[in-house]
Design a protein around this ligand. Structure first.
Ligand code: ARG
Length: 706
């Protein structure tokens, strides 16, 4: 290479670069040219590079490539390709080189060199998020998409004379990316006139800016294209800033929600319905939290009612202290089954049971003490299962704990003339609302499930002053909750419009290899063992996993949880062990694998994530797509609370996982040039953080190795 430079002033930085690297020093010949005004670099006798900045860039890259010890010819060929294709090159090392060179001759850095290098390294700066206009309902500070949407909404607002918030709410993702990044369907704005004509008119009036590069009408749709470079930079810097909090917002700030879920019955098996309630409920807990609410996770145990009278009668006949202590739930279940069978031949057992429960309701200490033991032993066991599922409750409550709220509700029902007598029992007639007649007090004065829920709701409101109360319970109880909510409304409870029943369908045929299961743990144990076998097959990897038993358990649990959340809640689903535990397709093990693979890219790169990486190097469509998907995550979180469908998060997580697996084999980190490696690593890291956040929302524990 020959550098033809002006005699008067050969830029210091160029000399600095050349002299800072032995290989460069020996390959670049500096030839003074009295008439030249700018340096010119000829490579292989072809004049290729002119101008101080371009020459410096070229030399910087040469230096880097030489440092990577590529053969000279190869290094040059690669450089030429790049310079000719106009790729921006990193200039950081030029600064170092210039400083190093200046350091040899004088103590102060050479100002010309510094200025030149800075000019070379300068990226157009990203406008501060604060400069993005605010629109009601948006949060550009946490949500990348809102930065773009707000710029669209505000400009369109002034063109169309429609409030920006209305337009903002109408901005959607277009059906296909070919149409653009965002779209507004004109009919949604209810403007008068021909939507296609108006769309065309507005598209014409819309002035592109640095964020929004194009507005185009397609029929009644107004489509917008955004600047991918800004998308990439904004997205990755937002993930860097919020990390595990990325995607969360503060919409619910100052509001409290009680999410009641799981709510098994003591002394009875924890069945598939309770498992679904637990999985969906803990998801909702996380979802409300991610939306800024204060959440009280409540477990409302079924621990009261005639069946505990029946259980006590059964225990007096079939009970065994030792078995009770060993495995309380299993033993009490056996007792319960036995006494029910007995009662078929001996119906008076039911009278005995009723009498026993009456004693409990009347506060008979002797009757209560046995019940209390059953309760305590059961809770202890449940807590073990919850621990394994990684689920925690803020409050353990139960039907037995409902107090005078019940009496107060009854009194008011009487006062308001809503209570009727039917053969000594008290009923509420809701047939006017097509909800039938329902008993709230039996002839012997004892209470019912519904009565306890009415009183319980009043007490919860008094104690927690909630803004929302959510019951996560199977659809089998739809009627019960309709009756409850209608009664609260008739009672004019101040929170009657703040209650919500989140229901779900049945799990059919839950079974292990051995047959139909009664106990949840059998399923979880099997899942763990199957996963453990799979892991063992790869000896090398297996040896690197720290606590294989625990990891196998987590993969198994992920299988169960993802299967449960794959379709809309109300759908019944067939329990499918083979599919659930498969590593292929959209399964729990697959999503864990995708996360672990990202973690391994980071480990194997041997690099630290550089949050200031030069993102202008991330230009491949696959990389931009990943950022686009990552940028959608805050909207996924925000929209969960309408509809409360965990499957939307599952769908999102798989989309992200698929985007990532599509580029694994093309966008290398290890072996890429340092600046490119940095940029890609930051992208993979951001994708992993986002995937991890979505997984945590679904109550999975993202694995680093498996
Ligand atoms: N324990 C009940 C059952 O297992 C579910 C309780 C639902 N919550 C409520 N507030 N009723 O069926």
């Amino acid at each position: 290479m020959e550098l033809k430079a002006p005699t008067q002033a050969i830029p210091y930085s160029l000399l600095a670069l050349i002299s800072s690297n032995d290989k460069l020093k020996s390959s670049v010949k500096v030839v003074p040219q009295p008439d030249a005004t700018e340096p010119v670099l000829t490579v292989n006798d072809k004049t290729l590079i002119t101008g101080t900045a371009s020459v410096a860039r070229y030399l910087i890259r040469s230096q880097q490539l030489f440092d990577e010890q590529l053969p000279e010819a190869q290094a040059e060929a690669r450089l030429l390709d790049r310079v000719l294709s106009g790729e921006k090159l990193q200039a950081q090392s030029a600064l170092l080189a210039a400083l190093a060179w200046d350091g040899q001759s004088s103590s102060a850095p050479n100002p010309d060199a510094v200025a030149l290098v800075e000019a070379l390294s300068a990226k157009p700066s990203l406008p501060a998020v604060e400069s993005i206009p605010e629109v009601e309902g948006s949060s550009p500070a946490f949500n990348v998409a809102d930065c773009f949407k707000n710029l669209i909404a505000t400009q369109l607002a002034s063109i169309a004379d429609i409030p920006a918030a209305t337009i903002y709410a109408a901005i959607d993702l277009p059906r296909s990316l070919e149409h653009g990044d965002y779209a507004v369907a004109l009919p949604r704005l209810r403007v008068k006139g021909n939507p296609a004509a108006i769309a065309a008119e507005w598209a014409k009036a819309f002035k592109p800016n640095d964020h929004i590069t194009e507005a185009k009408a397609i029929g009644p749709f107004l489509n917008f294209r955004i600047n991918p470079d800004i998308l990439v930079r904004r997205t990755l810097s937002m993930v860097s800033k919020y990390d595990k909090k990325y995607g969360s917002n503060k919409d619910g700030e100052g509001k409290t929600v009680i999410v009641e879920f799981s709510s098994p019955n003591i002394a009875k098996p924890f069945h598939a319905g309770h498992l679904r309630s637990t999985i969906i409920g803990s998801f909702l807990r996380n979802a409300y939290e991610a939306n800024g609410w204060k959440v009280i996770a409540m477990n409302y145990l079924g621990d009261w009612g005639k069946q505990y009278g029946l259980l006590a009668v059964g225990y007096s006949r079939f009970g065994d202290e030792e078995k009770l202590l060993n495995d309380p739930i299993k033993h009490l279940y056996d007792v319960y089954v036995a006494v029910n069978r007995q009662a078929e031949e001996e119906p008076t057992i039911h009278d005995e049971a009723r009498a026993y429960f009456k004693r409990m309701e009347d506060g008979d200490e002797e009757a209560l003490s046995l019940w209390r033991r059953f309760r305590e032993l059961s809770i202890r066991k449940y807590k073990e299962v919850y621990g394994r599922l990684n689920i925690h409750f803020d409050v353990y409550w139960g039907e037995s704990q409902v107090g005078d709220g019940m009496q107060r509700a009854m009194d008011q029902l009487v006062n308001d003339g809503l209570l009727q007598d039917s053969d000594g029992a008290k009923i509420i007639d809701l047939s006017e609302y097509k909800l039938g007649k329902t008993v709230v007090q039996k002839r012997d004065g004892t209470t019912l499930y519904l009565t306890r829920d009415i009183g319980g709701a009043l007490e919860r409101y008094e104690k927690y002053n909630f803004d929302k109360l959510v019951y996560v319970v199977a659809s089998q109880q739809d009627l019960h909750f309709k009756q409850l909510f209608k009664t609260l409304e008739l009672l004019k409870a101040p929170f009657a419009d703040k209650v919500e029943h989140i229901n779900f369908g049945l799990v059919q045929g839950m079974s292990t290899r051995k047959g139909t299961v009664v106990f949840l743990e059998d399923i979880l144990d099997e899942a763990r063992d199957v996963m453990h076998e799979v892991m063992r097959k790869n000896e090398k990897k297996y040896a690197e996993v720290e606590n294989p038993e625990k990891v196998a358990d987590e993969i198994g649990l992920s299988g169960v949880k993802i299967q449960d959340n794959s379709a809309r809640r109300v759908k019944n689903y067939e329990f499918d062990r083979n599919r659930m535990f498969s590593f292929e397709g959209d399964t729990g093990p697959y999503i864990q694998y995708a996360h672990a693979r990202l973690a391994s890219i980071e480990r194997k790169s041997g690099l630290q994530v550089n949050h200031n990486a030069d993102l202008s190097l991330l230009t491949e469509p696959g990389a931009v797509d990943i950022c686009r998907t990552v940028a959608q995550y805050p909207d996924v979180v925000k929209s969960i609370l309408n509809g409360c469908e965990p499957c939307n998060v599952v769908t999102y997580a798989f989309k992200l996982a698929h985007d990532i697996s599509g580029v694994f084999d093309q966008l290398w980190v290890r072996g890429a040039e340092p600046a490119v490696a940095d940029a890609r690593l930051l992208m993979y890291w951001s994708a992993r953080v986002t995937l991890g956040n979505a997984m945590r929302l679904l109550n999975l524990d993202p694995l680093e190795r498996m």
